[in-house]
Design a protein. Structure first.
Length: 155
């Protein structure tokens, strides 16, 4: 009976070591993602430069293809400010297609929080940001396009 107990313990040790290794790997991945730093959008070259209305129409025409095309790209969008709003730790500038009511939302964070305060509703602007996603809202029946890490682009 003593031999039987000794034979089971190496298995138990291997399982516990494997679980510990998995926990350490998962903690490392979590730490990497949680502390990931991005280069300042202002210093990055835009992959695309588009007008707000044409950009919205591209998503209205084929949302899936547009999301694939712009995924994780830096994009400069030229258009007119429809709304400026403060949201928690960010400031948002919105551009809207007045016909379809579809919108583009640019989130300004950290070092660029003061920039939205320099523009007014109705001002023509050029904004550079990291494309996040474009989705169609079944409830509102509009396309909503989100950008993160946005900055005003000098025209």
């Amino acid at each position: 009976m003593t031999e039987r107990v000794k034979k089971k313990r190496p298995w138990l040790k291997r399982i516990l070591i494997a679980i510990l290794v998995i926990i350490v790997i998962l903690a490392g991945v979590y730490w990497y993602v949680a502390t990931e730093k991005f280069s300042d959008t202002k210093d990055r070259k835009a992959d695309y430069t588009v007008s707000a209305i044409d950009f919205i129409h591209e998503f209205e025409k084929d949302q899936k293809a547009a999301n694939e095309k712009y995924k994780d790209k830096i994009i400069t969008v030229n258009g007119t400010v429809s709304e400026i709003e403060a949201a928690d730790t960010t400031m948002n500038i919105k551009m809207m297609d007045t016909v379809s009511k579809s919108i583009i939302i640019f989130a300004f964070q950290e070092q660029h929080l003061s920039e939205p305060k320099t523009v007014k509703v109705g001002d023509p602007v050029s904004i550079k940001g990291s494309f996040s996603a474009g989705i169609f809202s079944d409830i509102l029946e509009i396309v909503k396009i989100d950008f993160k890490r946005s900055t005003l682009n000098k025209k």
